[in-house]
Design a protein around this ligand. Structure first.
Ligand SMILES: NC(=O)c1ccc[n+]([C@@H]2O[C@H](COP(=O)([O-])OP(=O)(O)OC[C@H]3O[C@@H](n4cnc5c(N)ncnc54)[C@H](OP(=O)(O)O)[C@@H]3O)[C@@H](O)[C@H]2O)c1
Length: 315
């Protein structure tokens, strides 16, 4: 009964959009129900006048996906589903089978089915499998390019993403976007700014970060344009933890204090090593030259967070 309602609802959405706007496309979004990126993507797809349908099938269930595709008949699939671990990626160290099932087998399953049906898939991937090295020293501004081999394998989560990427990119229907350390203009608990402002101690290393407000609309646009292949998907430039927190003091909370520890000391409290690197985004900037530098975008995020804080305290 519940399922027939959902079929009617999807048909209704498609019909309405066809009447209102013959140009609108249907996006099936995996990870849209409970996921951070998926949820935000659905809002953007709808804001742009398209239909976003939240996928209910599990990535590893072939029959379920095939049935859902025949019901929804999407023009595009966005895969924002995957295991990220709770409270963080350390979880994956002790849940390797579940992590492989979703992040490798499941994602490949979805891509393979979509390829057989001629449907484009935009996969939300990660660039968290690099560490600064001799050829890409910290602070040099020389970032890792899409074709550089990963060199960070000390977390199981990152390893599954490397395995996935290497196989996935053989499919001609795939666009893979490598996000890193996401930032949003709100107090989402997984916003990088919120996370590091709540840690007892932070490392101080410059990194490439992805500001969702800047990049998710671009992800939707790239999907509509059926772009393919691999893209580093962060804002240009890198910013250190201390720089972000100094800006936090300036724009949000002048009384805020923080203290640092070394990456070696951080390693003692984590199960899995964390990637620290800068990505080269020249490929992305060729098509989207106006993506703001990370420092400018962090300032905008902090200004918006300050505004939210004031409006909350005045309520
Ligand atoms: N957030 C980050 O720091 C970050 C950075 C770079 C890249 N990424 C990548 O971007 C993607 C989205 O990240 P996110 O932060 O939005 O993750 P998230 O908030 O943890 O959401 C993940 C979503 O995936 C769904 N999911 C997990 N396993 C699934 C399966 N087997 N079948 C179907 N759905 C499944 C979850 O649904 P259930 O709860 O129902 O399982 C959830 O809706 C992930 O692949 C992540 O690795 C994230």
């Amino acid at each position: 009964m519940k399922k027939s309602y959902s079929v009617i609802y999807i048909a209704f959405l498609i019909l309405i959009s066809w009447v209102v706007n013959a140009e609108s496309a249907t996006f099936l979004v995996f990870g849209g129900k409970s996921g951070w990126f998926g949820n935000e993507t659905i809002k953007i797809v709808e804001r742009e006048g398209h239909i976003a349908i939240c996928a209910h099938s599990r990535l590893e269930n072939r029959e379920e996906i095939i049935e859902e595709l025949s019901e929804v008949r999407p023009d595009f699939i966005i895969n924002a589903a995957g295991i990220t671990g709770r409270p963080n990626i350390d979880w994956c160290e002790d849940h390797k089978e579940e992590t492989i099932c979703a992040n490798v087998l499941g994602c490949l399953n979805l891509i393979d089915i979509a390829w057989r049906q001629g449907i484009h898939v935009t996969n939300f991937g990660t660039g968290c499998f690099y560490d600064f090295d001799e050829d890409h020293p910290m602070g040099s501004g020389k970032g890792f390019k899409e074709e550089d081999e990963p060199n960070h394998f000390s977390s199981f989560y990152s390893r599954t993403k490397v395995y996935l990427e290497k196989i996935m990119l053989n499919y001609p229907n795939v666009l893979n976007l490598r996000f890193r350390m996401p930032v949003s203009f709100d107090y989402h608990p997984r916003n990088f700014i919120v996370k590091i402002s709540r840690y007892k101690k932070v490392i101080n290393i410059p990194n490439s970060l992805s500001v969702l407000e800047d990049l998710l609309p671009i992800a939707v646009d790239m999907t509509l344009k059926r772009k393919k292949g691999n893209y580093n998907f962060t804002n240009p430039g890198a910013i250190s933890h201390n720089d972000v927190l100094e800006l936090y003091k300036l724009y949000v909370d002048p009384d805020f204090t923080y203290s640092n520890f070394s990456a070696k000391e951080q390693g003692l409290i984590l199960k899995a090593g964390r990637s620290n690197c800068e990505l080269d985004v020249s490929k992305l900037l060729k098509d989207y030259p106006n993506i703001p530098h990370i420092r400018d975008s962090i300032i905008k995020a902090l200004q918006e967070m300050h505004r939210l804080k004031l409006s909350k305290s005045s309520n």
